[in-house]
Design a protein around this ligand. Structure first.
Ligand SMILES: Cc1cc2nc3c(=O)[nH]c(=O)nc-3n(C[C@H](O)[C@H](O)[C@H](O)COP(=O)(O)OP(=O)(O)OC[C@H]3O[C@@H](n4cnc5c(N)ncnc54)[C@H](O)[C@@H]3O)c2cc1C
Length: 428
Protein backbone atom coordinates (compact mmCIF):
# COMPACT_ATOMS: atom_id res chain seq x y z
CA UNK A 1 0.00 0.00 0.00
CA UNK A 2 1.21 3.49 -0.81
CA UNK A 3 2.42 5.51 2.14
CA UNK A 4 0.85 8.96 2.60
CA UNK A 5 3.18 11.53 4.12
CA UNK A 6 1.47 12.92 7.23
CA UNK A 7 2.97 16.37 6.54
CA UNK A 8 2.42 16.83 2.80
CA UNK A 9 -0.49 16.06 0.45
CA UNK A 10 -0.61 13.46 -2.33
CA UNK A 11 1.39 10.38 -3.29
CA UNK A 12 4.34 11.41 -5.40
CA UNK A 13 5.44 9.82 -8.67
CA UNK A 14 8.85 9.49 -7.00
CA UNK A 15 7.42 7.26 -4.30
CA UNK A 16 5.82 4.96 -6.85
CA UNK A 17 9.00 4.62 -8.89
CA UNK A 18 11.49 3.63 -6.23
CA UNK A 19 12.19 -0.06 -5.95
CA UNK A 20 12.29 0.01 -2.16
CA UNK A 21 11.70 2.52 0.57
CA UNK A 22 13.40 0.97 3.59
CA UNK A 23 11.89 1.50 7.03
CA UNK A 24 13.92 2.49 10.07
CA UNK A 25 12.76 1.80 13.62
CA UNK A 26 11.39 4.40 16.03
CA UNK A 27 13.59 5.39 18.96
CA UNK A 28 13.15 2.85 21.71
CA UNK A 29 14.27 4.37 25.02
CA UNK A 30 16.62 7.17 26.05
CA UNK A 31 20.19 7.42 24.79
CA UNK A 32 23.34 9.52 24.86
CA UNK A 33 25.12 10.65 21.72
CA UNK A 34 27.78 13.13 20.66
CA UNK A 35 25.62 14.74 17.99
CA UNK A 36 21.85 14.57 17.71
CA UNK A 37 20.22 15.53 14.42
CA UNK A 38 16.56 16.48 14.13
CA UNK A 39 15.19 15.92 10.63
CA UNK A 40 15.92 13.18 8.07
CA UNK A 41 16.08 15.14 4.79
CA UNK A 42 19.21 15.83 2.74
CA UNK A 43 20.68 18.23 5.34
CA UNK A 44 20.30 15.92 8.33
CA UNK A 45 21.25 12.68 6.57
CA UNK A 46 24.37 14.11 4.94
CA UNK A 47 25.50 15.39 8.34
CA UNK A 48 24.78 12.00 9.90
CA UNK A 49 26.67 10.17 7.14
CA UNK A 50 29.82 12.28 7.43
CA UNK A 51 29.86 12.35 11.23
CA UNK A 52 29.41 8.58 11.45
CA UNK A 53 32.09 8.06 8.80
CA UNK A 54 34.49 10.14 10.92
CA UNK A 55 33.75 8.00 13.98
CA UNK A 56 31.52 10.51 15.80
CA UNK A 57 28.53 8.95 17.58
CA UNK A 58 25.44 10.39 15.93
CA UNK A 59 21.71 9.87 16.35
CA UNK A 60 19.22 11.18 13.78
CA UNK A 61 15.50 11.35 14.45
CA UNK A 62 12.89 11.87 11.75
CA UNK A 63 9.35 12.80 12.83
CA UNK A 64 7.70 10.91 9.96
CA UNK A 65 9.35 8.64 7.38
CA UNK A 66 12.47 9.56 5.46
CA UNK A 67 11.24 11.15 2.24
CA UNK A 68 8.10 12.72 3.74
CA UNK A 69 9.71 16.20 3.85
CA UNK A 70 10.87 18.32 0.92
CA UNK A 71 13.92 16.18 0.05
CA UNK A 72 11.80 13.27 -1.16
CA UNK A 73 9.13 15.31 -2.97
CA UNK A 74 10.78 18.25 -4.76
CA UNK A 75 11.20 19.29 -8.41
CA UNK A 76 14.67 17.70 -8.61
CA UNK A 77 16.31 20.70 -10.31
CA UNK A 78 19.92 21.25 -9.26
CA UNK A 79 20.51 24.73 -10.72
CA UNK A 80 23.80 26.58 -10.51
CA UNK A 81 25.03 29.09 -7.93
CA UNK A 82 22.75 30.44 -5.23
CA UNK A 83 19.03 31.16 -5.58
CA UNK A 84 19.73 34.69 -6.92
CA UNK A 85 21.96 35.44 -9.91
CA UNK A 86 25.55 36.22 -8.80
CA UNK A 87 25.45 39.79 -10.14
CA UNK A 88 22.48 40.48 -7.83
CA UNK A 89 24.33 39.02 -4.84
CA UNK A 90 27.41 41.02 -5.84
CA UNK A 91 25.48 44.29 -5.53
CA UNK A 92 24.89 43.54 -1.87
CA UNK A 93 28.01 41.63 -0.81
CA UNK A 94 30.71 42.65 -3.28
CA UNK A 95 32.49 40.46 -5.84
CA UNK A 96 34.70 38.46 -3.48
CA UNK A 97 31.92 37.15 -1.26
CA UNK A 98 29.59 36.65 -4.17
CA UNK A 99 32.25 34.62 -5.98
CA UNK A 100 32.90 32.58 -2.84
CA UNK A 101 29.18 31.77 -2.61
CA UNK A 102 29.10 30.85 -6.30
CA UNK A 103 32.10 28.57 -5.82
CA UNK A 104 30.49 27.00 -2.75
CA UNK A 105 27.49 26.08 -4.90
CA UNK A 106 29.79 24.64 -7.59
CA UNK A 107 31.52 22.59 -4.89
CA UNK A 108 28.05 21.44 -3.80
CA UNK A 109 27.22 20.31 -7.34
CA UNK A 110 30.47 18.42 -7.75
CA UNK A 111 30.09 16.90 -4.29
CA UNK A 112 26.63 15.59 -5.14
CA UNK A 113 27.78 13.86 -8.32
CA UNK A 114 30.81 12.38 -6.55
CA UNK A 115 28.67 11.17 -3.63
CA UNK A 116 26.18 9.45 -5.95
CA UNK A 117 29.01 7.86 -7.93
CA UNK A 118 30.84 6.64 -4.85
CA UNK A 119 27.70 4.99 -3.47
CA UNK A 120 26.41 3.63 -6.76
CA UNK A 121 23.21 5.69 -6.53
CA UNK A 122 21.46 6.05 -9.89
CA UNK A 123 19.54 9.29 -9.35
CA UNK A 124 18.13 9.43 -12.92
CA UNK A 125 20.33 12.42 -13.70
CA UNK A 126 19.55 14.27 -16.93
CA UNK A 127 21.64 17.27 -18.00
CA UNK A 128 20.47 20.77 -18.88
CA UNK A 129 18.63 23.66 -17.26
CA UNK A 130 16.79 26.46 -19.07
CA UNK A 131 15.61 29.63 -17.33
CA UNK A 132 12.96 31.27 -19.47
CA UNK A 133 11.51 34.77 -19.33
CA UNK A 134 7.78 35.37 -19.37
CA UNK A 135 8.34 39.12 -19.93
CA UNK A 136 10.09 40.78 -22.88
CA UNK A 137 11.50 43.47 -20.59
CA UNK A 138 13.80 40.98 -18.80
CA UNK A 139 16.03 40.41 -21.85
CA UNK A 140 18.71 42.88 -20.79
CA UNK A 141 18.97 41.35 -17.30
CA UNK A 142 19.26 37.85 -18.76
CA UNK A 143 22.00 38.91 -21.15
CA UNK A 144 23.92 40.71 -18.37
CA UNK A 145 23.68 37.77 -15.99
CA UNK A 146 25.04 35.35 -18.59
CA UNK A 147 27.86 37.75 -19.39
CA UNK A 148 28.76 38.06 -15.70
CA UNK A 149 28.62 34.32 -14.99
CA UNK A 150 30.71 33.39 -18.01
CA UNK A 151 33.35 36.10 -17.90
CA UNK A 152 33.71 37.06 -14.25
CA UNK A 153 32.58 33.93 -12.43
CA UNK A 154 34.47 31.62 -14.77
CA UNK A 155 31.49 29.40 -15.57
CA UNK A 156 31.60 28.48 -19.28
CA UNK A 157 28.40 26.38 -19.42
CA UNK A 158 25.84 29.21 -19.56
CA UNK A 159 24.56 30.91 -22.75
CA UNK A 160 21.83 33.38 -23.68
CA UNK A 161 18.91 32.09 -25.78
CA UNK A 162 16.96 34.43 -28.07
CA UNK A 163 13.24 33.97 -28.58
CA UNK A 164 13.67 31.44 -31.41
CA UNK A 165 16.08 29.18 -29.53
CA UNK A 166 13.99 29.42 -26.38
CA UNK A 167 10.86 28.36 -28.30
CA UNK A 168 12.68 25.39 -29.88
CA UNK A 169 14.23 24.12 -26.67
CA UNK A 170 11.16 24.69 -24.47
CA UNK A 171 8.79 23.52 -27.17
CA UNK A 172 6.62 26.57 -26.46
CA UNK A 173 6.28 30.04 -27.95
CA UNK A 174 5.19 31.43 -24.58
CA UNK A 175 8.61 32.87 -23.62
CA UNK A 176 10.63 35.81 -24.89
CA UNK A 177 14.19 34.66 -24.18
CA UNK A 178 16.14 32.58 -21.71
CA UNK A 179 19.42 31.18 -20.49
CA UNK A 180 20.77 27.71 -21.13
CA UNK A 181 22.98 25.95 -18.60
CA UNK A 182 24.64 22.74 -19.76
CA UNK A 183 26.68 22.37 -16.56
CA UNK A 184 23.79 21.24 -14.38
CA UNK A 185 20.61 19.19 -14.63
CA UNK A 186 17.89 17.37 -12.73
CA UNK A 187 17.43 14.22 -10.68
CA UNK A 188 14.94 11.85 -9.02
CA UNK A 189 15.43 13.15 -5.48
CA UNK A 190 13.89 10.22 -3.60
CA UNK A 191 16.35 7.80 -5.18
CA UNK A 192 19.18 9.97 -3.89
CA UNK A 193 17.61 10.26 -0.44
CA UNK A 194 17.09 6.52 -0.05
CA UNK A 195 20.70 5.84 -1.08
CA UNK A 196 21.91 8.53 1.30
CA UNK A 197 19.96 7.12 4.27
CA UNK A 198 21.45 3.68 3.57
CA UNK A 199 24.97 5.16 3.37
CA UNK A 200 24.46 6.94 6.71
CA UNK A 201 23.13 3.78 8.37
CA UNK A 202 25.99 1.66 6.94
CA UNK A 203 28.51 4.23 8.21
CA UNK A 204 27.16 3.68 11.74
CA UNK A 205 24.64 6.49 12.30
CA UNK A 206 21.63 5.70 14.51
CA UNK A 207 18.60 6.50 12.35
CA UNK A 208 15.10 6.54 13.81
CA UNK A 209 11.88 7.28 11.94
CA UNK A 210 8.46 8.20 13.39
CA UNK A 211 10.30 9.90 16.24
CA UNK A 212 9.35 13.60 16.47
CA UNK A 213 11.36 15.93 18.69
CA UNK A 214 8.87 17.52 21.06
CA UNK A 215 11.19 19.93 22.85
CA UNK A 216 14.82 20.98 23.12
CA UNK A 217 16.25 22.13 26.45
CA UNK A 218 19.69 22.52 27.96
CA UNK A 219 21.04 21.46 31.32
CA UNK A 220 24.50 20.81 32.76
CA UNK A 221 26.29 21.27 29.44
CA UNK A 222 24.03 18.82 27.59
CA UNK A 223 21.17 19.38 25.20
CA UNK A 224 18.15 17.20 25.86
CA UNK A 225 15.69 16.34 23.11
CA UNK A 226 12.40 14.92 24.26
CA UNK A 227 10.60 12.46 21.99
CA UNK A 228 7.51 10.32 22.71
CA UNK A 229 9.73 7.25 23.13
CA UNK A 230 12.79 8.53 24.96
CA UNK A 231 15.10 11.46 25.68
CA UNK A 232 18.29 12.02 23.70
CA UNK A 233 21.14 13.65 25.58
CA UNK A 234 23.68 15.21 23.19
CA UNK A 235 26.83 17.34 23.27
CA UNK A 236 25.73 19.04 20.05
CA UNK A 237 22.56 19.27 18.03
CA UNK A 238 21.75 20.01 14.39
CA UNK A 239 18.24 21.24 13.68
CA UNK A 240 17.59 20.15 10.08
CA UNK A 241 13.81 20.46 9.99
CA UNK A 242 13.80 23.22 7.35
CA UNK A 243 10.21 24.34 6.54
CA UNK A 244 8.72 21.89 9.05
CA UNK A 245 10.12 23.54 12.21
CA UNK A 246 6.66 24.61 13.56
CA UNK A 247 7.15 25.64 17.21
CA UNK A 248 10.06 23.35 18.09
CA UNK A 249 12.63 26.15 18.22
CA UNK A 250 11.65 29.86 18.01
CA UNK A 251 14.73 31.37 16.30
CA UNK A 252 14.55 28.99 13.34
CA UNK A 253 10.77 29.42 13.16
CA UNK A 254 11.17 33.22 12.98
CA UNK A 255 13.63 32.98 10.07
CA UNK A 256 12.42 30.03 7.96
CA UNK A 257 8.85 30.20 6.65
CA UNK A 258 6.99 27.33 4.95
CA UNK A 259 5.44 27.87 1.53
CA UNK A 260 3.43 25.06 -0.03
CA UNK A 261 4.36 24.13 -3.57
CA UNK A 262 2.62 21.54 -5.75
CA UNK A 263 3.74 19.23 -8.55
CA UNK A 264 1.90 17.10 -11.10
CA UNK A 265 3.33 14.24 -13.20
CA UNK A 266 1.76 13.47 -16.58
CA UNK A 267 1.71 10.25 -18.56
CA UNK A 268 4.79 9.89 -20.85
CA UNK A 269 4.60 12.48 -23.66
CA UNK A 270 5.33 10.06 -26.52
CA UNK A 271 2.80 11.85 -28.77
CA UNK A 272 4.36 15.27 -28.12
CA UNK A 273 8.05 15.05 -29.06
CA UNK A 274 8.19 18.84 -29.51
CA UNK A 275 7.82 19.39 -25.74
CA UNK A 276 11.35 19.90 -24.32
CA UNK A 277 13.05 17.79 -27.01
CA UNK A 278 16.35 17.96 -25.08
CA UNK A 279 14.75 16.76 -21.78
CA UNK A 280 16.14 19.70 -19.82
CA UNK A 281 14.68 21.19 -16.65
CA UNK A 282 13.01 24.60 -16.96
CA UNK A 283 12.07 27.40 -14.61
CA UNK A 284 10.36 30.65 -15.54
CA UNK A 285 10.85 34.22 -14.39
CA UNK A 286 7.66 34.57 -12.35
CA UNK A 287 7.83 35.51 -8.69
CA UNK A 288 5.68 32.42 -8.07
CA UNK A 289 8.07 30.39 -10.12
CA UNK A 290 6.85 27.59 -12.39
CA UNK A 291 9.31 24.74 -12.79
CA UNK A 292 9.06 21.70 -15.00
CA UNK A 293 11.12 18.98 -16.56
CA UNK A 294 11.01 15.75 -18.54
CA UNK A 295 11.72 12.54 -16.65
CA UNK A 296 13.78 9.71 -18.04
CA UNK A 297 10.61 7.93 -19.15
CA UNK A 298 9.33 11.06 -20.93
CA UNK A 299 6.77 12.40 -18.41
CA UNK A 300 6.33 16.07 -17.71
CA UNK A 301 6.81 16.93 -14.04
CA UNK A 302 5.30 20.36 -13.58
CA UNK A 303 5.42 22.41 -10.40
CA UNK A 304 3.94 25.78 -9.87
CA UNK A 305 1.00 26.55 -7.73
CA UNK A 306 1.95 27.93 -4.34
CA UNK A 307 -0.18 28.38 -1.24
CA UNK A 308 0.69 30.52 1.74
CA UNK A 309 -1.83 29.11 4.18
CA UNK A 310 -1.77 25.76 5.93
CA UNK A 311 -4.62 24.25 3.86
CA UNK A 312 -3.73 22.05 0.90
CA UNK A 313 -5.98 22.48 -2.15
CA UNK A 314 -8.47 19.64 -2.62
CA UNK A 315 -7.69 19.22 -6.32
CA UNK A 316 -4.01 19.76 -7.14
CA UNK A 317 -4.21 18.22 -10.64
CA UNK A 318 -6.65 20.57 -12.34
CA UNK A 319 -4.75 23.65 -11.25
CA UNK A 320 -1.46 22.19 -12.48
CA UNK A 321 -3.11 21.12 -15.76
CA UNK A 322 -4.31 24.71 -16.32
CA UNK A 323 -0.76 25.99 -15.83
CA UNK A 324 0.63 23.35 -18.19
CA UNK A 325 -1.94 24.33 -20.86
CA UNK A 326 -0.87 27.98 -20.67
CA UNK A 327 2.56 26.88 -21.88
CA UNK A 328 1.64 23.82 -23.91
CA UNK A 329 -1.95 24.24 -25.20
CA UNK A 330 -1.76 20.82 -26.88
CA UNK A 331 -1.49 19.24 -23.39
CA UNK A 332 -4.73 20.78 -22.08
CA UNK A 333 -6.34 17.33 -21.66
CA UNK A 334 -3.20 15.43 -20.70
CA UNK A 335 -3.65 12.83 -17.98
CA UNK A 336 -1.97 13.69 -14.70
CA UNK A 337 -1.15 10.43 -13.00
CA UNK A 338 0.27 11.83 -9.74
CA UNK A 339 -0.12 15.14 -7.93
CA UNK A 340 1.48 16.07 -4.66
CA UNK A 341 2.85 18.93 -2.59
CA UNK A 342 5.40 19.82 0.02
CA UNK A 343 6.74 22.75 2.00
CA UNK A 344 9.59 24.88 0.69
CA UNK A 345 11.50 26.69 3.48
CA UNK A 346 12.10 30.32 2.50
CA UNK A 347 13.93 33.15 4.22
CA UNK A 348 13.34 36.89 3.85
CA UNK A 349 16.35 37.48 1.53
CA UNK A 350 16.06 34.03 -0.13
CA UNK A 351 19.48 33.05 1.22
CA UNK A 352 20.17 29.96 3.33
CA UNK A 353 19.84 30.23 7.11
CA UNK A 354 22.74 28.75 9.13
CA UNK A 355 23.00 29.88 12.73
CA UNK A 356 23.82 28.72 16.23
CA UNK A 357 20.45 29.15 17.94
CA UNK A 358 21.53 27.92 21.41
CA UNK A 359 25.00 26.99 22.63
CA UNK A 360 26.05 23.93 20.61
CA UNK A 361 22.75 23.88 18.69
CA UNK A 362 23.05 24.73 15.00
CA UNK A 363 20.10 25.25 12.69
CA UNK A 364 20.47 25.00 8.91
CA UNK A 365 17.75 25.40 6.28
CA UNK A 366 15.77 28.04 4.38
CA UNK A 367 17.32 27.24 1.00
CA UNK A 368 14.37 29.05 -0.58
CA UNK A 369 13.61 26.54 -3.32
CA UNK A 370 17.26 26.00 -4.20
CA UNK A 371 18.13 23.29 -1.71
CA UNK A 372 18.56 20.07 -3.67
CA UNK A 373 22.28 20.58 -4.14
CA UNK A 374 22.87 23.07 -1.30
CA UNK A 375 21.18 21.06 1.47
CA UNK A 376 23.29 18.00 0.68
CA UNK A 377 26.46 20.04 0.84
CA UNK A 378 25.42 22.00 3.94
CA UNK A 379 24.87 18.74 5.82
CA UNK A 380 28.40 17.71 4.89
CA UNK A 381 29.76 21.14 5.84
CA UNK A 382 28.10 20.93 9.25
CA UNK A 383 29.84 17.59 9.86
CA UNK A 384 33.12 19.09 8.62
CA UNK A 385 32.74 21.98 11.07
CA UNK A 386 32.50 19.47 13.95
CA UNK A 387 35.40 17.33 12.79
CA UNK A 388 37.51 20.41 11.99
CA UNK A 389 37.87 19.69 8.27
CA UNK A 390 36.75 22.98 6.64
CA UNK A 391 35.27 26.31 7.62
CA UNK A 392 33.22 26.71 4.42
CA UNK A 393 29.98 26.78 6.42
CA UNK A 394 31.11 30.13 7.86
CA UNK A 395 30.35 31.73 4.48
CA UNK A 396 26.68 30.95 5.05
CA UNK A 397 26.73 31.75 8.78
CA UNK A 398 27.94 35.26 7.87
CA UNK A 399 24.97 36.00 5.61
CA UNK A 400 22.50 38.60 6.77
CA UNK A 401 19.18 36.80 7.18
CA UNK A 402 16.69 38.84 9.21
CA UNK A 403 13.58 37.31 10.80
CA UNK A 404 10.20 37.67 9.11
CA UNK A 405 8.36 40.67 10.50
CA UNK A 406 5.24 40.21 12.58
CA UNK A 407 6.41 37.76 15.26
CA UNK A 408 4.96 34.30 15.70
CA UNK A 409 1.34 35.48 15.51
CA UNK A 410 1.34 37.83 12.53
CA UNK A 411 4.15 36.71 10.25
CA UNK A 412 1.99 34.22 8.31
CA UNK A 413 -0.82 36.70 7.53
CA UNK A 414 1.75 39.38 6.63
CA UNK A 415 3.65 36.97 4.41
CA UNK A 416 0.39 35.90 2.81
CA UNK A 417 -0.42 39.52 1.90
CA UNK A 418 3.08 40.28 0.62
CA UNK A 419 3.37 37.13 -1.48
CA UNK A 420 -0.13 37.49 -2.88
CA UNK A 421 0.82 41.00 -4.00
CA UNK A 422 3.98 39.76 -5.73
CA UNK A 423 2.05 36.88 -7.31
CA UNK A 424 -0.42 39.42 -8.73
CA UNK A 425 2.46 41.33 -10.29
CA UNK A 426 3.36 38.21 -12.31
CA UNK A 427 0.16 38.75 -14.27
CA UNK A 428 1.03 42.23 -15.59
C1 LIG B 1 7.38 20.82 -3.99
C2 LIG B 1 8.82 21.21 -3.81
C3 LIG B 1 9.61 21.43 -4.93
C4 LIG B 1 10.96 21.80 -4.78
N1 LIG B 1 11.74 21.87 -5.90
C5 LIG B 1 13.05 22.11 -5.77
C6 LIG B 1 13.90 22.09 -6.92
O1 LIG B 1 13.48 21.76 -8.02
N2 LIG B 1 15.21 22.40 -6.73
C7 LIG B 1 15.72 22.71 -5.50
O2 LIG B 1 16.92 22.98 -5.41
N3 LIG B 1 14.95 22.70 -4.41
C8 LIG B 1 13.63 22.40 -4.49
N4 LIG B 1 12.86 22.32 -3.38
C9 LIG B 1 13.48 22.57 -2.06
C10 LIG B 1 14.31 21.38 -1.58
O3 LIG B 1 13.54 20.22 -1.66
C11 LIG B 1 14.73 21.62 -0.12
O4 LIG B 1 15.49 22.83 -0.06
C12 LIG B 1 15.59 20.53 0.48
O5 LIG B 1 15.05 19.26 0.22
C13 LIG B 1 15.72 20.77 1.97
O6 LIG B 1 16.21 19.62 2.63
P1 LIG B 1 16.19 19.55 4.20
O7 LIG B 1 16.84 18.29 4.59
O8 LIG B 1 16.78 20.80 4.76
O9 LIG B 1 14.64 19.57 4.60
P2 LIG B 1 13.52 18.43 4.44
O10 LIG B 1 13.83 17.51 3.34
O11 LIG B 1 12.20 19.11 4.42
O12 LIG B 1 13.65 17.58 5.77
C14 LIG B 1 13.24 18.05 7.02
C15 LIG B 1 12.74 16.86 7.80
O13 LIG B 1 12.61 17.23 9.17
C16 LIG B 1 11.56 16.46 9.70
N5 LIG B 1 11.10 17.10 10.94
C17 LIG B 1 10.47 18.30 11.07
N6 LIG B 1 10.19 18.54 12.37
C18 LIG B 1 10.69 17.49 13.07
C19 LIG B 1 10.72 17.18 14.46
N7 LIG B 1 10.18 17.99 15.38
N8 LIG B 1 11.29 16.01 14.85
C20 LIG B 1 11.85 15.17 13.92
N9 LIG B 1 11.84 15.44 12.59
C21 LIG B 1 11.28 16.57 12.17
C22 LIG B 1 10.52 16.47 8.59
O14 LIG B 1 9.59 15.40 8.75
C23 LIG B 1 11.38 16.36 7.34
O15 LIG B 1 11.50 15.04 6.89
C24 LIG B 1 11.50 21.99 -3.48
C25 LIG B 1 10.71 21.77 -2.36
C26 LIG B 1 9.39 21.37 -2.52
C27 LIG B 1 8.55 21.12 -1.30
Amino acid sequence: MSWQSPIAPGISWYQETVAERPEYPALDGSRQTSVAIIGGGFTGLQAAYHLAKSGVSVTLIEGCRIGDGASGRNGGQLGTGQRSYPDEIEEELGFERSKALFDLAENAKKYLFDFADEHGIDMDYLPGQLNVSHKASYEREYRQSVEAIVTRYGYPHMSFMDGKETAERAGSKRFFCGTRDTGTGHIHPLKLLIGLAKAAKDAGAGIFEMTPAKSIRQTAGKTLIETPTGTISADRVLIATNAYIENLEPVTAAHVMPIHSFIGATVPLDRFPEVIPGSEALADSRFVVRYWRKTRDGRLLFGGREAYTADAPRDISSHIRRQIAEIYPQLRDIEITHAWGGCVGITMPRKPFAREVMPGVMSIGGYSGHGVMLSNYCGKLYADSITGKTGELDLLKDLKVPPFPGGAKFRSPLLFLALTWFALRDKF
